[in-house]
Design a protein around this ligand. Structure first.
Ligand code: DGL
Length: 279
């Protein structure tokens, strides 16, 4: 079991920020799936995102993964309970690790959370932070324009700064000392966000926290890979070209050999009856 890969999925290219953190910390074989044909998830309804997430998870489980990491904040926010309920392997989303970190580091108990419309609308971060510390005041803001800005490569562009000022002003006015970057793309905007909020506000990167949690889960469950890892594999549901180009910028290195796949509930989810992935 421990020699099996870890499956990571996202709505598209953004989850590479989470992939990168996991790859940096662990010598594990990683399989990444970006549902690029159906991105963005962030402005879709919960039922649609749950269906997409189940299909993505099924694909990864058909590749015999030992653990599933839901790198997408939107999918974590709305679909995690459905995945946990359905599959036997450990399923980890990005919300809980980010929420735990924010609750631990805030000094004044005033925390901001930014994410897609679906993530913010779900209230998942608010619930997760309150579960850690009920006294924390939470201020949320959906920032739908950030994803296209990042995908356009405008991460330090004056337009990104203007948009960030507009979105973050209400949070800054509330005196937050911690901001949760509740979307895969937002770590790419750290420089602009710091510029707008100043050094006094701590930025919590959910992806980095998730990578740390992956490490602890593997250790606790005796799933740490005993051998050096093989090359990571990347799959997408649309043409690989865009993923390779934008993903290269996310990872800071060239991405090649990305394979296109079709997803569907018809994809087999189970290995053998006795060690099936589904509960
Ligand atoms: N990966 C998504 C998230 O973290 C952002 C892109 C999308 O809307 O699908 O919420």
């Amino acid at each position: 079991m421990s020699q099996r890969p870890i499956g990571i999925f996202d709505s598209g290219v953004g989850g590479l920020t989470v992939f990168k953190e996991i790859a940096r910390l662990l010598d594990e074989e990683l399989i990444y799936l970006g549902d690029t044909a159906r991105v963005p998830y962030g402005n879709k309804g919960a039922a649609t995102v749950v269906r997409y997430a189940l299909e993505a998870a099924n694909f990864l489980l058909s590749r015999q993964v030992k653990m599933l990491v839901v790198a997408c904040n939107t999918a974590s926010a709305v679909a995690l309970p459905f995945l946990e309920e359905r599959f036997r392997v450990p399923v980890l989303g990005v919300i809980e690790p980010g929420a735990r970190k924010a609750a631990a580091v805030t000094g004044n108990g005033r925390v901001g959370v930014i994410g897609t419309a679906a993530t913010i609308g779900s209230g998942a971060y608010t619930r997760a932070i309150r579960a850690c510390r009920p006294d924390i005041e939470i201020f949320t803001q959906a920032c739908p324009l950030f994803v296209p800005l990042v995908e356009e490569g405008w991460v330090e562009h004056p337009v990104a700064r203007l948009v960030a000022e507009e979105y973050l002003r209400p949070l800054a006015e509330r005196g937050i000392d911690t901001l949760v970057l509740g979307c895969t793309h937002y770590p790419m905007l750290k420089k602009v966000l710091r510029g707008v909020l100043g050094e006094g506000v701590r930025l919590v990167d959910s992806g980095a926290e998730t990578a740390l949690t992956v490490t602890s889960i593997l250790r606790e469950q005796g799933l740490v890979r005993p051998l050096p890892a093989l090359r990571p594999r990347f799959f997408v549901t649309d043409s690989p070209a865009h993923f390779e180009r934008v993903g290269g910028a996310f990872l800071g290195k060239r991405l090649a050999h990305v394979q296109r796949v079709e997803l569907g509930m018809a994809a087999p989810a189970v290995a053998t009856p006795e060690e099936g992935n589904e509960k």
